[in-house]
Design a binder for this molecule. Structure first.
Ligand SMILES: [Zn+2]
Length: 177
């Protein structure tokens, strides 16, 4: 069976983890989670019977995906969905730069609110000017769900569709990415 994953929600129904399907089934069998959604079509087969596959479960944890005060470069790229804040182009790894919206020379700081993902071309053209980022919202996100983003490309479309109802909007699947 190819890779299938289960989204784990905390007590407040907020996503905080992604686990392999095998682990989700184990949690269910142990009665350690409440299954919220099963996969619409996929089943696990044992020699004698079939089991539905949990793809969203809730546990009683109060953990959440905490967001650090001081972002890293990668966190900014994840928040911005790897798109240039000024022209909207989706970037390849070698085109990723970080731009200070208010340049450092004008007192701009390394903060969630002042950093955006930017392509090399826009970064060069902008120089010391202040541009308004149109393709990202430079705010500190409530969640930064890097565990989800690491597996996002592997998630099958039916699972993705279900998960979108439980994910904060900046982590919903972006087509083409
Ligand atoms: Zn650009």
């Amino acid at each position: 069976m190819d890779k299938l994953f289960c989204l784990v929600l905390n007590r407040a129904f907020l996503p905080f983890d992604v686990i392999p399907w095998e682990k989700a089934i184990t949690l269910e069998w142990l009665g350690r989670c409440l299954v919220i959604e099963y996969h619409p079509t996929r089943r696990v087969r044992s020699p004698s019977r079939e089991y539905p596959l949990p793809i969203v479960v809730r546990v009683s944890s109060i953990r959440s995906t905490m967001v650090m005060e001081r972002p890293t470069r990668m966190m900014i790229h994840y928040r911005d969905n790897f798109r240039c804040a000024y022209c909207g182009k989706t970037l390849r790894d070698n085109e990723l730069t970080i731009d200070h919206v208010v340049p450092r020379s004008k007192g701009g700081k390394w903060t969630w609110e002042n950093l955006v993902t930017c392509c090399v071309r826009c970064n060069r053209a902008k120089r010391q000017e202040i541009w308004v980022p149109t393709y990202t919202d430079p705010v500190k996100p409530r969640f930064l769900f890097t565990r989800y983003l690491k597996v996002a490309r592997l998630i099958d479309p039916p699972t993705r569709e279900v998960w979108n109802q439980y994910l904060p909007s900046q982590h919903r699947w972006v087509v083409g990415r």
